[in-house]
Write a new protein. Structure first.
Length: 271
């Protein structure tokens, strides 16, 4: 099975290095391989559509600007004829509806997939992202996905992706549990999840932003140290991979009636 991952954008010095490509996503893919989650699956990381946006902001304006690039890349990889499914990685899920319309392959978005897994596993879940603006985007998306009634809160740790990716670059994976700097960051995430668990009754917690998912093991260790071994912790990117695999194995994809274009043949009488 061959799956292609579409980054939200390509910006040298932010999420992309001309020599290494999308280094953060390469780490997440390597992590899944080390856990045995990619047996029989090959994941290619697309270059992504270039963007001029280099600031830290990730609000609705940014989502609108990068969505066109994501949708165009989805169309392009579908036309290549060498992939079985498409996944994306951004927690703010740019181009969600349009990408589901244009994709001729099964397509899975990360937080959308994670919310459905969380709904399967339990009754209440919390999502963590990076900023307040992103948290509002995730909340609105939960309404769109029909999951708002199970989403207890969307929380955020106000550390930029630049800060987090600097930690990824500074500390090899094997050294992060031993780093006070890394564990301070991981515990700031754990603090947010503990509030969701204790104050809101969450039984599952989701890390939505990909740069934060590079620290899943450290967050898991922090939750376990506080006695929350029974709480499910999920990285949204892994959920997208599993959702894509399931659709390919079952021979199904997103419903054309749910994501129609003007080319839909069997149009319903009303909506």
């Amino acid at each position: 099975m061959r799956i292609v991952d579409i980054p939200p954008y390509q910006r040298a010095g932010v999420n992309y290095d001309p020599k290494e490509g999308h280094f953060m996503m390469k780490e997440l893919v390597s992590y899944l391989k080390s856990k045995g989650q990619l047996e029989g699956v090959e994941i290619d990381i697309d270059e992504g559509a270039p963007t001029e946006h280099g600031a830290e902001s990730r609000d609705e304006e940014v989502v609108s600007n990068i969505a066109v690039g994501v949708v165009n890349r989805v169309k392009a990889v579908c036309a290549m004829g060498k992939y079985d499914a498409v996944i994306t990685q951004a927690g703010i899920e740019p181009g969600f509806l349009a990408a589901h319309v244009v994709s001729t392959l099964p397509i899975a978005y990360p937080v959308h997939s994670a919310m459905h897994f969380a709904s399967l596993l339990g009754e209440k879940f919390c999502v963590l992202t990076t900023t307040d603006a992103q948290a509002m985007i995730v909340r609105r998306n939960a309404y769109l996905y029909g999951m708002n009634h199970k989403l207890t809160s969307v929380r955020y740790v106000s550390r930029s992706s630049t800060f987090t990716m600097a930690l990824v670059r500074k500390y090899p994976k094997a050294d992060r549990l031993k780093s006070p700097e890394v564990m301070e960051f991981a515990n700031s995430i754990v603090d947010q999840f503990v509030h969701a668990i204790e104050d809101e009754g969450a039984d599952t917690v989701i890390i939505g932003s990909p740069h934060q998912q590079c620290f899943l093991d450290e967050v898991r260790a922090g939750l376990d140290a506080r006695g929350y071994q029974e709480i499910n912790l999920m990285g949204a990117f892994a959920c997208a991979v599993e959702m894509a695999r399931a659709m390919v194995n079952m021979g199904i994809k997103q419903a054309a009636r749910a994501y129609p274009s003007d080319k839909l043949k069997a149009k319903p009488a009303f909506r």
